[in-house]
Write a protein that binds this ligand. Structure first.
Ligand code: ADP
Ligand code: MG
Length: 789
């Protein structure tokens, strides 16, 4: 290579200094040199290649080694990891298995428990079924027992009635005997007087006197027992009528056991009398059979003897008398049998004319003491039975009386409880049949059952309605007001009270609330005016009262102040006082409704208040419809505020009495109303249906009550579901012509009964009253210094 380098350098030198120095190398040597170099180079190349190969091989080897080492390292690393994972896995597996075992154990436990429970349930069900069956059986047994007892009672009732009838007949017969015997006695007495004294006759007389005396004594006894029973009944009635002293316990609970014991007594008495009757029948049958046998035997023996024909006349006579005695005995038992059978079957004895005359003959023959004894025996038995019947009848009457009084008492106490709970009270008043209904001849379909319920003969069968009080057509205005009067005390005590009448036109709402036209029968309104002032007078030493009133009319959904005249006067008033004020219904903080914009006038006596009322009535819209010429087509609302200041502690109560005479609730088509009357009817119907919706919402206890839908419901907001004591009087017509309206009204009223109010007294303490006065004075422009705080 040095040579090559030399050669190159020489070439460079040659190229650089070609001009200055030229070296000449012989070709051979050059060739030799070149070949030498080439060979060297070849060798070098070979060596190079060898080293490269070696290096490559080395590299490969080291690379493989390194790879293997890395591989090994990685493998071992992963192996380690694998091992740890495996240990983890094993651990987890262990745990899982443990858990699994636990769960399996638990599942097994639960299934066992479940099985046990199922079995228990099955057993329980079985027991339940058995118990139900047992109960059912008990129930059926009881029902059977009751029905059989009822049957027995019915049978007994029927038979006792028959017995009574028979007994009456018997008494009649006894009386006949008496008259007959007394006439005979008279005859005999007359004969005696004539002087035909015969010893035999006197004997006959004395014989005939005995039965007469017996009959007389029986009659006397009968009369005596009758008087006694009458006395007992009147005593009982008086005891019922006399006022029962107030006891803390309700009477029903006292009466009920008495009723039950009485029922038991009756049942046992019935059973006893039945057993007695049965015994008597059996005894009689035995005696009859015996008597018949004896008679047969006797007849046979007499036949045999007659064949022998060896008898003395004396013997013959004794035979005849014993035969007749036996015949009489048989007859006696036969008669007894018939009488007892009749008593048992509850029929009166059937006798043909021949038998009757025979019987009469027997009864008349006083010389037949055995027949008489028979009749006497039957008569005595009948008397006994009659007595028993009477006693049982009385007991039945007593039980019925007890039951009815208990029922009435229960209803009364129930009503009291309901009132205490704040339920709206609903009275129902049935109007008398009016002239047009009477001429049309329509049937009366409404009937008052008792003081608390009525039935209506509806087309689909009778319907019963329950109310807090029912007033029949005969009930007077006073009677009605007696039940309303206690509300007046509540007004004075500071409660809000609302009384309103509801019903179709002509059903008597205005009659009930206002009275008739000429005020011969004043209604609730005028009566309440007097009642309020009466109570105030009684309490004038303890309280200071102030009475004021507003009177409104709700006509065509507009509130009108009735103290302001509508017609010509209104015009003059408008001129003098400016336009009439708009009346609006507002509620104060306590929820009490008041009429803003309506005039409130004070009254110092019932007469003054009544004069105000009459003035208001004169301003009403009244239009005649076909249903009722005096019908009012608007709702009348009278509000009376009573403020009472307690003179001892200074507290002030403010009670309000709202009296509402609603317009008629009938359908427009029936009244024959037209044009503006139709508008009236529509507005009335609208307000009444709004009232209906309010009632529905309240009775169903819905969260929202749509009071705002109509002025009427706004006015009555504090009376329906509010804080007032409310009384609704549902007026109904009794006739078939109005049955639809009657049913609607009654259903409406039944819903009202379900509404509960929360009546509270409106009381302000002395301090609050004074503060209010301060505020009032401030409002009217006075300074605080002027006010006596
Ligand atoms: P409403 O106000 O419901 O339309 P009214 O009170 O005007 O009905 O009664 C209609 C008619 O029936 C009136 O002539 C009234 O005198 C008479 N009337 C209503 N109820 C009675 C009653 N209980 N006794 C006597 N008359 C009655
Ligand atoms: Mg009316």
């Amino acid at each position: 290579s040095s040579e090559l380098q030399l050669g190159v350098s020489s070439d460079v030198r040659e190229a650089g200094s070609s001009q200055e120095l030229k070296i000449y190398i012989p070709f051979e040597s050059a060739e030799l040199c070149v070949t030498q170099i080439a060979e060297d180079m070849k060798a070098m190349k070979k060596r190079h290649l060898q080293t490269v190969q070696e290096l490559e091989e080395n590299f490969h080897i080291t690379a493989r080694e390194a790879q293997e080492w890395i591989m090994q390292k990685v493998r071992s690393h992963y192996q380690n990891k694998m091992n740890t994972l495996r240990t983890f896995l094993d651990l987890y597996q262990d745990r899982v298995e443990k858990k699994k075992a636990d769960w399996e154990k638990k599942v097994a436990e639960l299934t066992a428990q479940n099985k046990q429970l199922l079995e228990e349930q099955r057993a329980e069900r079985r027991r339940w079924k058995e118990e139900t069956l047992q109960w059912q059986k008990e129930k059926n047994k009881m029902l059977d027992l009751f029905s059989s007892r009822l049957d027995v009672l019915h049978c007994h009732q029927a038979s006792t009635l028959q017995e009574l009838q028979m007994a009456r007949q018997e008494i009649g017969q006894v009386q006949e005997i008496l008259t007959v015997s007394s006439s005979q006695e008279q005859q005999e007495a007359a004969e005696e007087e004539e002087g035909s004294d015969n010893k035999e006759q006197t004997v006959a007389c004395s014989v005939s006197d005995q039965p007469l005396e017996g009959a007389n004594a029986r009659l006397e006894g009968l009369k005596e027992s009758l008087y006694q029973k009458e006395r007992e009944i009147s005593e009982l009635l008086e005891a019922e009528r006399s006022p029962i002293p107030p006891v803390p316990q309700p009477h029903c609970s006292v009466l009920l056991p008495t009723v039950i014991t009485k029922a038991h007594e009756i049942c046992s008495a019935v059973a006893e009398s039945r057993a007695l009757l049965k015994q008597m029948i059996e005894d009689n049958q035995v005696a009859l059979a015996e008597a018949r046998d004896k008679l047969r035997l006797h007849l046979q023996s007499t036949k045999d003897e007659s064949n022998d024909k060896e008898k003395t006349p004396n013997q013959e006579g004794s035979d005849e008398s014993s035969l007749s005695f036996l015949q009489e005995t048989v007859r006696e038992h036969e008669v007894c049998q018939i009488a007892l059978d009749c008593i048992k079957s509850g029929e009166s004895p059937v006798m043909n004319d021949y038998e009757m005359s025979e019987m009469e003959d027997i009864l008349r023959q006083e010389t037949l003491p055995t027949t008489q004894r028979t009749v006497k025996g039957v008569g005595q038995q009948l008397l006994l039975l009659q007595d028993q019947l009477k006693r049982e009848k009385e007991e039945r009457k007593k039980i019925i009386e007890n039951y009815t009084s208990e029922r009435a008492m229960r209803k009364k106490y129930y009503n009291m409880v309901e009132e205490m709970k704040g339920k709206i009270r609903v009275f129902c008043r049935i109007r008398p049949v009016n002239r047009s209904e009477a001429t049309q001849g329509g049937a009366v379909v409404v009937d008052k059952l008792d003081d608390y319920s009525i039935t209506v003969e509806a087309p689909r069968g009778p319907r019963e309605f329950q109310f807090d009080k029912v007033f029949s057509a005969r009930a007077s205005q006073e009677e009605l007001f007696q039940d309303v009067n206690r509300l007046m005390q509540s007004v004075i005590d500071g409660y809000n009270v609302c009384i309103f009448a509801y019903g179709q036109t002509g059903s008597g709402k205005t009659f009930t609330m206002v009275g008739d036209k000429d005020q011969k029968n004043p209604g609730i309104m005028p009566r309440s005016f007097s009642a309020i002032f009466d109570i105030m007078r009684e309490n004038s030493s303890k309280f200071d009262f102030k009475v004021s009133a507003y009177m409104l009319e709700l006509y065509n959904d507009r509130l009108q102040d009735l103290f302001v005249s509508q017609a010509g006067e209104a015009h003059s008033q408008t001129q003098s006082h400016g336009p009439t004020k708009r009346v609006e219904i507002k509620r104060n903080r306590k929820g009490v409704v008041f009429a803003q914009g309506a005039e409130t006038k004070e009254a110092s006596s019932a007469q003054e208040l009544y004069a105000l009322f009459q003035q208001a009535c004169a301003n009403r819209h009244i239009s005649a419809t076909r249903m009722n010429v005096e019908s009012s087509r608007s709702h009348l609302i009278v509000g009376i505020m009573v403020e009472s200041r307690n003179l001892t502690n200074g507290s002030v109560n403010t009670g309000k009495l709202s009296l509402v005479d609603l317009a008629g609730s009938e359908r427009a088509a029936k009244t024959g109303a037209k044009d503006h009357q139709l508008k009236e009817a529509n507005s009335i119907n609208k307000s009444l249906s709004a009232l209906g919706n309010v009632i529905s919402a309240l009775s169903a206890e819905l969260p929202h009550v749509p009071y705002r839908n109509s002025k009427l419901t706004q006015v009555m907001q504090d009376s329906l579901g509010g804080n007032a004591k409310t009384l609704m009087i549902v007026n109904i017509s009794p006739s078939e012509y109005n049955i639809d309206e009657t049913l609607t009204s009654l259903i409406y009223a039944t819903r009202v009964k379900a509404i509960t109010n929360n009546a509270q007294r409106n009381v302000d303490s002395k301090e609050i009253v004074q503060l209010k006065e301060v505020i009032m004075k401030l409002k009217s422009g006075q300074t605080v210094e002027e006010v006596d705080v």
